[in-house]
Design a protein around this ligand. Structure first.
Ligand code: ATP
Length: 291
């Protein structure tokens, strides 16, 4: 095999709680992760030259060591002393710096791609062990589906596939730094923690309404204080029939969950018409277990 095409899926957090801060400064989290059917496309080609060459459709993204795809390819190339090089094309659709793990998912796909392209024989678990060196969310992006994420994000427990629904994504035209959000979070001031255990019960019982009643993200307070437009988008989603709506990750992307296709489509067109939401997508959950 000389060429491989891969999809790197985005995630949303149905629940995001911060439960502590470690001495090294990292925050300990409890998150319900969900892969959605919105993806970047990556094609990787084995070449005789020994370099790693990356091209992307977004001119402002780095194409060197600063890009997680490049770093993922280099990590395995160095470890396995691979002589051949690789030509990589990255077609991005996942909003960048959005709280949707776009870069982490690209890195996960690049690890999977290198493993196949060069017949490295690494298991999923072994790829996940390498992935954590690139970022705390990378192992989850290799696992995919519905999962509980703990520790700094690297301790993963797969859950039953979350109940099916429509997912409306809206990203306002602002950029949010994950570092800034965690840096400005005061754990002792968190008033309401999402009921992560209750959400896990709802997921295993297939109870969409129980789940959407409990959506919660403790990072919202920090990001919304800085960018109130996030709250406006949440309110618009609810007004247009979302069962629940919260910010994903450190933001600024907001998602809303719908049980009705027509309502979700109406909300999609409404959101597209508002100039506060710059990138809008209507999609659903991706669950490989469901097939
Ligand atoms: P997370 O949800 O994990 O916090 P995010 O959605 O907030 O991720 P990304 O889109 O992954 O953020 O990227 C954040 C920064 O990382 C960007 O500003 C970009 O310069 C850099 N970056 C490196 N590699 C990539 C990549 N493959 N795709 C997108 N951004 C990348």
């Amino acid at each position: 095999m000389n060429v491989i095409k891969l999809r790197a899926y985005a995630k949303i957090n149905l629940g995001l709680d911060v439960v502590g801060k470690r001495e090294d400064g990292y925050h300990e989290v409890r998150m319900i992760m969900q892969t959605i059917n919105l993806y970047d496309q990556i094609s990787m080609k084995k070449i005789s030259d020994s370099g790693i060459y990356l091209k992307t459709n977004l001119h402002y993204l780095p194409v060197n060591e600063k890009n997680l795809v490049y770093r993922a390819a280099k990590l395995l190339k160095d470890e396995f002393n691979i002589k051949h090089g690789v030509d990589i094309k990255l077609d991005k659709r996942i909003p960048v710096a959005a709280g949707m793990a776009g870069g982490s998912s690209d890195a996960a796909a690049a690890l999977v791609g290198m493993n196949k392209l060069f017949n490295l024989g690494l298991s999923k678990k072994e790829l996940m062990e390498r992935g954590v060196k690139l970022g705390a969310d990378v192992p989850y992006c290799i696992l995919r589906g519905t999962a509980l994420s703990e520790g700094i994000g690297e301790i993963l427990t797969p859950l039953a596939p979350a109940p099916e629904c429509y997912v409306l994504i809206a990203k306002p035209g602002i950029n949010v730094s994950t570092k800034f959000v965690y840096g400005n979070l005061n754990i002792t001031e968190i008033k309401e923690h999402p009921d992560i255990d209750g959400m896990i019960d709802n997921i295993s019982n297939g109870d969409l309404y129980g789940l959407t009643n409990k959506l919660g993200n403790v990072l919202e307070t920090v990001t919304i204080k800085e960018h109130p437009v996030i709250d406006t988008i949440k309110q618009e989603m609810i007004k247009y029939g979302a069962l629940g709506s919260i910010m994903s990750g450190s933001g600024p992307t907001v998602f809303g969950l719908f049980d009705n296709k027509k309502k979700a489509q109406e909300a999609f067109y409404h959101m597209k018409g508002l100039d506060i939401a710059k990138q809008v997508h209507l999609t659903d959950f991706f669950n490989q277990k469901r097939g």
